[in-house]
Write a protein that binds this ligand. Structure first.
Ligand code: 4AD
Ligand code: MG
Length: 477
């Protein structure tokens, strides 16, 4: 049996003078004497002092960047600066050496693109291990937040026959032979002969099924992978991303906004309180990277400062109409700096959202009551018959973090909206029945998990906050 102590646990109250056994990967190897070891249990590293004369030459030679080693030795107060304690090695086991002439990663910093292509190794870097620990922290905090407030975690299906967003951006799931599918008399592909006896896809959202849960169990949430076949090559879109979708009965759009704001602040606070070392590392990393940047490209605040600022202040709350008016009075609008037009009835583009959040309000903004023309069929029609009770939460650097709405609970209005938006009633008979029988006002929202991980870690590309990103023309690993 293998016995080891985890570095993070060891450093909580270091047993000075005792022998310890640690195992991990070498982060740095200086002067053939000082080995910096990290075992992934946290951001903390342990310095190991290796006296060359105590070990065979081949052992010393095998120690190198990202080699996997085990060390037993006495833990002492450190003689040097930079660390409180260190281990004087008595025994060294080389589990896996890295021949540095062949190993793809180098001790000097690599580009993010290169590390993405080498995702089998990128988690060994300080940056990516910090990012993925924070991803875990957020997942845990999400479940804890809802559990502590009597929400039930509902597992909604990944394969579905419904297009929840009605946007037609779905990946088909089929076992039919693409070269020779069965045909109907009209010559169309006959999906009644497919695996599920109907046309099926990967889900774009668990919301419609979450509504079933809310209208029986009061408060539920989903947290799972969702899939969008949109051809977006941006630093904020993935084809496979994780979404958190709470759904609550007896709630309107104001309850929805309050829940979302409280939830987002809780998640940030959780990381600030429990993952300080990782945040400090990422904060320093950004400051270092920004040293060579033009002043206008640098962030106005450090990472931790920005997170603390986000939880301290109320989010701004405005209507879509107010947003349009503000943008039309803005400097970039007047100077024709925006690429896309801004007038009542058009969707806000990323450039407009960023102006609102980063330049005007300088904090998260909740925009509500969007025109019905470009929002989903299930959103509740407002009394003006023109707008729906929808809300988007916009964040600095990220843009849309959350999209949510109060749901249309009036069956006749919902039927009309579905007709207008060309959503087929026969596919959603069960959804309409939730209105016919025992319905009530209800609301919910979707948080894009990776966008939240981006905000908390300060990473600028969404492909660097999910272990194995899926994007157009990208499905490695
Ligand atoms: O605004 P969306 O499309 O809303 C829904 O899917 C609703 N059913 C949610 C609900 O009310 N229950 O997506 C919600 C969030 C967005 O605000 C964004 O953060 C994220 O999901 N998102 C993406 N994240 C990464 N890559 C993509 N392609 C994304 N599309 C949406
Ligand atoms: Mg949206």
């Amino acid at each position: 049996m293998i016995h080891r102590q985890e570095i993070t646990e060891l450093l909580k109250s270091p047993p000075i003078g005792e022998d310890v056994t640690v195992m991990g990967w070498v982060r740095a190897w200086r002067g053939n004497r000082f080995m910096v070891l990290n075992d992934g249990s946290g951001a903390e590293t342990l310095q190991v002092v290796v006296n060359g004369e105590d070990f065979p030459e081949e052992t010393i030679r095998a120690i190198g960047f990202h080699a996997c080693v085990g060390v037993t030795g006495e833990l002492i107060e450190s003689q040097g600066a930079g660390q409180a304690v260190e281990v004087i090695a008595k025994e060294i086991t080389i589990y896996g050496g890295t021949d540095l002439s062949e190993y793809p990663l180098q001790a000097k910093s690599q580009t993010m693109e290169f590390l993405r292509e080498n995702a089998q190794f990128r988690m060994r870097t300080n940056t990516f291990s910090a990012v993925f620990r924070l991803r875990h922290a957020l997942a845990y905090a999400i479940n804890k937040y809802f559990h502590d407030r009597n929400f039930y975690y509902l597992h909604t299906p990944i394969i579905t026959g419904n297009d929840a967003e009605g946007a037609g951006e779905m990946f088909r799931v089929t076992t039919l032979d693409p070269a020779d599918p069965p045909r109907t008399e009209e010559g169309a592909v006959d999906y009644s002969q497919d695996f599920f006896g109907k046309s099926t896809h990967l889900t774009v959202s668990g919301q419609l099924q979450a509504e079933i849960g809310a209208l029986a169990m009061g408060k539920v949430y989903t947290f799972g992978p969702t899939f969008r076949a949109e051809n977006s090559h941006t630093s904020r879109h993935l084809s496979e991303f994780w979404m958190i979708e709470p759904e609550i009965a007896f709630a309107d759009i104001d309850n929805d906004q309050d829940l979302a704001e409280d939830f987002l602040k809780y998640l940030i606070n959780y990381c600030l309180d429990n993952y300080r070392a990782d945040l400090e590392f990422l904060d320093a990393r950004i400051k270092q990277a920004e040293k060579n940047m033009k002043a206008e490209l640098r962030r106005p605040m450090g990472l931790i400062e920005m997170l603390e600022f986000t939880v301290k202040d109320d989010f701004a709350r405005i209507t879509y109409t107010e947003a349009i008016n503000l943008i039309q009075r803005s400097k970039p609008y007047k100077k024709k700096k925006f690429e896309f037009p801004v007038e009542w009835g058009t969707d806000l583009q990323a450039e407009h959202e960023r102006w609102l959040v980063e330049k005007h309000f300088k904090k998260p903004v909740i925009v509500r009551d969007y025109p019905k023309s470009f929002k989903a069929f299930y959103m509740r029609l407002n009394d003006d018959n023109e707008t729906v009770a929808a809300m988007d939460i916009l964040f600095p650097y990220i843009g849309e973090m959350v999209g949510g709405s109060q749901r249309e609970e009036r069956e006749d209005v919902l039927r009309t909206r579905m007709k207008e938006m060309d959503v087929h009633e026969d596919e959603l008979a069960w959804y309409l029945q939730l209105r016919t029988f025992g319905g009530c006002p209800h609301a919910g929202f979707g948080l894009g998990f990776e966008r939240m991980v981006m905000y908390v870690t300060g990473m600028s590309n969404i492909r660097d906050v999910i272990p194995f990103p899926r994007a157009p023309k990208t499905a490695d690993f």
